[in-house]
Design a protein around this ligand. Structure first.
Ligand code: FAD
Ligand code: SIN
Length: 520
């Protein structure tokens, strides 16, 4: 089956949906999403969206906080652009129906998170992402020019490679014509041709064994673009959130928002002692790389399984009003956040690197844009400032929209792409082969490529990953495709890029910390 569309969007999180709402005034839009339409990292965002709304905050303060957090590797021009566009993009979200909490004076109730020098995080209680996703989906459903196909898995980007031409990472004119996608309801692979394609596939937290990311976060967009010879960068910078709820049987891990530390929560070891001041004068509200590393160090030295977040001293009414969902979740495990310590551990959380894009969201492949967590814009540098990612997604969806409505008029569909090669007819082999390999990758990445790295650990990870790569490629060549197999293949590709990038970086900086090159 073949479909033709003006704008094709892969992913229905904040980046994909906000782009769709804008380009829909200019042409027909199709959104593919591989699970239920609302399943995304966006839906689980807790803390909120950073933005400069009024004094005493200023663009300059937000810019400086972002630059400091990024540890010298941010693109300052990008940081300035994203921060100064924050107010306008957030107003747009509000116009689309997203509700952010206000105080009794009618002003936004701005929260604070690690690395922010001011309260500037707009939130909807402790489930901001759920609220944003709800509002955007409502708008999208009402738009006559937008169609969403859920349970459609994008497999590969179509380029000249599918016309039999050689494409390398040095080819200057690689073009994107759309994607092959697996319709999970019919199990058929369809060809979807587009004038413009936006990759908005989100992150890849599932690369690691412990993660706050839902199951969809398997780095598919990054893997697809890398295979199509597009440029991917900064993948060594994978952010671990310091505080996910310690509940070993739960996957993904439940997040305990950093906004709780912004509200006054304090990290303590299990004997009730504060420890963060030893590592950073900002204490429990230091940037995430420092806090996660400090917790990791305490756990290793003491041989403990978790540390505590202590909120017992905080105003109970305020605490429960701001964090009702965390309160409910913890209560279900017998923890009353107003009376008990909350056990927490770091978990993989955010992919700072991704598909390299310019300031208009253009990837290095013509007619292919990227926005949101799958992209690398230069905003985050070596470490993302909390709550800057929802902001980045809306700013870049807007930039990509402005650029692509001019570009799509110059572009025609490529009608000569052949149908998917259906020669692989062997039915999928035992699922255990795929599931077990997935666990092996996650274990390798967690043990050797996590918060603290070394040359030896990276080499070990690389050698072991190679075996899994060959086994999986052989399986992929022989058998019919399934989402499980494709996700394994993508996770292996993303892990490979993380390890290679980490091996090439001979310094400790931001989220990349290696004992072989200590910080000076
Ligand atoms: P997503 O929202 O992840 O959407 C990706 C979409 O792509 C999904 O619909 C997915 O199904 C689809 N997809 C993926 N692969 C394919 C494929 N092969 N084919 C078809 N569809 C595909 N950031 C903040 O700024 N503030 C916060 O408070 C905050 N809290 C967070 C809390 C949690 C628990 C998590 C996990 C993240 C949090 N983040 C936060 C990060 C932020 O939520 C994400 O970076 C952001 O939502 C990413 O949006 P996105 O649109 O790029 O991707
Ligand atoms: C949180 O609420 O702690 C997550 C914020 C983020 O990842 O930006």
């Amino acid at each position: 089956m073949k479909r033709k569309i003006d704008f094709l969007i892969i992913g229905s999180g904040i980046a994909g949906l906000s782009y769709a709402l804008k380009v829909a005034s200019h042409g027909k839009v199709l959104i593919l999403t591989k699970a239920n339409e609302d399943e995304s990292n966006t839906k689980y965002a807790q803390g909120g969206i950073a933005g400069v709304m009024h004094k005493p905050d200023s663009y300059e303060k937000h810019i400086q906080d972002t630059l400091i957090c990024g540890d010298g590797l941010c693109n300052e021009e990008v940081v300035r652009m994203v921060v100064t566009e924050s107010t306008e993009r957030i107003k747009e979200l509000i116009e689309w129906g997203a509700r952010f909490d206000k105080n009794p004076k009618g002003e936004f109730d701005l929260g604070k998170e690690g690395g922010h020098s001011e309260n500037r995080v707009l939130h909807h209680k402790d489930n901001t992402g759920f609220e944003i996703e709800r509002a955007l989906l409502q708008q999208v459903h009402a738009h006559p020019n937008i169609e969403i196909l859920d349970h459609y898995f994008a497999l590969e980007i179509l380029t000249q490679h599918h016309l039999g031409k050689r494409v390398t990472s040095k080819s200057p004119d690689t073009e994107c014509y759309g994607v092959y996608a697996l319709n999970l309801k019919t199990n058929r692979i369809e060809q979807i041709l587009a004038r413009i394609t936006l990759m908005a596939t989100g992150g890849g937290g599932q690369v690691y064994a412990t993660t706050t990311n839902p199951l969809i976060a398997t780095g598919d967009g990054v893997a697809m673009v890398y295979r199509a010879k597009g440029k991917v960068e900064n993948m060594e910078f994978f952010q671990f959130h310091p505080t996910s709820l310690y509940n070993p049987d739960e996957r993904p891990s439940y997040l305990i928002t950093e906004a709780m530390r912004g509200f006054g929560g304090i990290l303590k070891t299990i004997d009730g002692k504060e420890f963060m001041q030893k590592y950073d004068k900002r204490g429990s509200l230091a940037p995430r790389d420092i806090t996660a590393r400090a917790i990791d160090n305490e756990l290793k030295i003491r041989g403990d399984d978790f540390v505590y977040l202590d909120c017992r001293h905080l105003d109970k009414d305020g605490l429960l009003k701001h964090f009702p969902n965390i309160h409910k979740k913890c209560l279900s495990l017998g923890i009353d956040i107003s009376k008990d310590y909350i056990p927490v551990v770091p978990a993989s959380h955010y992919m700072c690197g991704g598909i390299k894009v310019d300031m208009n969201g253009r990837s290095t492949i013509k007619n292919l844009y990227a926005a949101g967590e799958c992209s690398c814009t230069g905003l985050h540098g070596a470490n993302r400032l909390a709550s800057n990612s929802l902001l980045e997604a809306v700013v870049y969806s807007h930039r990509a929209y402005e650029d692509s409505i001019a570009q799509f008029k110059k572009t025609n569909h490529c009608e000569t792409i052949p149908d998917w090669n259906a020669e692989r007819t062997a039915s999928p082999e035992e699922m255990v082969l795929i599931i077990q390999s997935m666990r092996e990758v996650q274990s390798i990445m967690t043990n050797y490529v996590g918060i603290v790295r070394s040359n030896l650990r990276l080499k070990r990870a690389f050698d072991r990953l190679l075996i899994l790569h060959y086994e999986t490629e052989s399986l992929y060549e022989r058998t019919t495709v399934s989402p499980e197999l494709c996700q394994l293949r993508n996770i292996i590709k993303v892990s490979y890029i993380i390890i290679k990038s980490a091996m090439m970086r001979k310094e400790s900086i931001g989220l990349h910390y290696t004992i072989d090159y200590p910080r000076k």
